[in-house]
Design a protein around this ligand. Structure first.
Ligand code: ACO
Length: 324
C-alpha cells in the first residue's frame, strides 16, 4: 500500500493578545478564576481577518517551507466551526487565493476534533489517488461566535489556525489506525451558530444567529471519561503501548482535563505539552497549533510517535497515533 507522510506543520495567529485582566475590564471575571479553572491566561483575537485569511497564511507557509509546486496539491481540507460563510467553503476561498488549480477543497465540521477527522479523511483519500500533496488545516475565528457579555463562554475561546502538509507515495508511513467517534445524542451540550427556520411565509424577520452556548460541566465529564477510553482503544488496536509514545498532543481546552486524562492512562504529565496559556481554546486549530509550537521549539524529531486526541462539539472525539 502507498505510504502517506506528514511532512511538517505551520501556524498563524492574529496579532492582538487579550489577557484575562483585559477581560476582567469588560465582564465580571478575574485572572484567578479563569487561570485556576482552565490554565488560560491569554488568547489571540482576530480583528478584520476572517477564518480563510488565517488559513491562507498557514497554507502559504506550508508551501514555502516545503518548497512544493502549488499544482501538485490535490486536496485542501479546512476543519472549522467558524467558517467565513455557509458557502463558499473556507477551504474553497483558500484554494482560490492560492490558485491551487488541481486541488479539491472542502470544509469539515467536527469542532475541536476537526483536525483529527481531517487527517483521517485526507490520508484515506490520498491512498486511492495519484496527487502528491494534501493540506489539512484547523482554523477558527471563534471571537465572532462568542457572546462577549456571557462570561461563562467568552473567557474560554481564542482565534488561530494551523495545519499540516501530507505527502502521498512517501518514504515513511505516518498514520496508524485512528479511533474516531461521534455522539450526536449529546449534541446540545455544546452549540454555536444555529439558525432557526422561518416561522411564517412571508417571514416577518431575518433568522437569528445564536452565539456559543455550552454545558461546561457536561463537556468536562464527557472529555475526562470518553477521551482516555478512545486513547486506550487506539493504543490497543495498533498494539502501541502508551510508554512508546513521545508526546500526547491533546485538544487544549483546559489543563485540568489534560491532567485527569494523563492520570487515567498512567502517563507522566510532561509528555502532555500545553499552550492554552497563550491561545485559549481554539477548537479545530488547537491540536495543530500545539504541534507547530513543538516543531518551532525543536521538540519534534524523525521517528517519534505522537498520539493526538481531540474532543468537542458534535459531540465528537478522535485519537490518532502518528509517526514523524
Ligand atoms: N468568571 C467568574 N465566575 C464565573 C465565570 C467567569 N468567567 N464563569 C462562570 N462563573 C461562575 C458561575 O456563575 C458559577 O457561579 P455560582 O456558583 O454563583 O453559580 C461559578 O463560577 C461556577 O461555575 P461553573 O460553570 O460550575 O464552573 P466550573 O468549575 O464547572 O468551570 C468551566 C467552568 C471552566 C467551563 C469547566 O466546566 C470546563 O472547563 N468545562 C469543560 C469545557 C470544555 O472543555 N469545553 C470545550 C470543549 S469543546 C470545544 O472546545 C468547542
Amino acid at each position: 500500500m502507498k505510504k502517506v507522510q506528514i511532512k511538517n506543520f505551520a501556524s498563524y495567529t492574529p496579532e492582538l493578545t487579550v489577557s484575562n485582566d483585559d477581560l476582567s475590564q469588560i465582564m465580571d471575571t478575574s485572572d484567578e478564576w479563569i487561570k485556576s479553572r482552565t490554565g488560560i491566561s491569554n488568547r489571540k483575537i482576530s480583528l478584520n481577518e476572517n477564518t480563510s485569511d488565517l488559513c491562507l497564511k498557514v497554507a502559504q507557509k506550508l508551501i514555502q517551507k516545503n518548497n512544493i509546486n502549488v499544482n501538485d496539491i490535490g486536496l485542501i481540507i479546512v476543519a472549522t466551526m467558524s467558517p467565513d460563510a455557509c458557502t463558499p467553503s473556507t477551504s474553497a476561498i483558500v484554494q482560490g487565493k492560492l490558485n491551487a488549480k488541481n486541488a479539491m477543497a472542502f470544509d469539515i465540521s467536527a469542532a475541536c476534533s476537526g483536525f483529527i477527522y481531517g487527517l483521517e479523511i485526507a490520508q484515506k483519500m490520498m491512498r486511492q489517488s495519484s496527487f502528491k500533496y494534501s493540506i489539512v488545516i484547523g482554523g477558527e475565528v471563534l471571537s465572532k461566535e462568542v457572546d462577549w457579555t456571557d462570561r461563562t463562554c467568552a473567557v474560554l475561546f481564542g482565534d488561530g489556525a494551523a495545519g499540516a502538509l501530507l505527502e502521498n507515495d512517501a518514504q515513511v508511513e505516518s498514520f496508524y489506525e485512528a479511533d474516531v467517534k461521534t455522539f450526536g445524542e449529546l449534541g446540545d451540550r455544546l452549540v454555536a451558530g444555529q439558525t432557526d427556520p422561518i416561522q411564517a411565509f412571508p417571514p416577518k424577520e431575518f433568522t437569528k444567529f445564536h452565539p456559543f452556548e455550552m454545558d461546561g460541566r457536561a463537556v468536562y465529564k464527557f472529555a475526562t471519561s470518553e477521551v482516555p477510553q478512545s486513547m486506550m482503544r487506539a493504543s490497543e488496536t495498533n498494539q502501541i503501548d502508551f510508554d512508546k509514545i513521545d508526546y500526547f498532543v491533546l485538544h487544549q481546552a483546559n489543563y485540568k482535563i489534560i491532567k485527569s486524562i494523563a492520570k487515567k492512562i498512567k502517563q507522566p504529565l510532561d509528555k502532555f505539552p500545553m499552550d492554552m496559556d497563550k491561545y485559549g481554546n481554539t477548537s479545530a486549530a488547537s491540536i495543530p497549533l500545539m504541534l507547530a509550537d513543538l516543531q518551532e521549539n525543536n521538540k519534534l524529531h524523525e521517528g517519534q510517535l505522537l498520539m493526538l486526541a481531540g474532543f468537542g462539539g458534535g459531540l465528537t472525539i478522535g485519537s490518532q497515533i502518528i509517526k514523524l
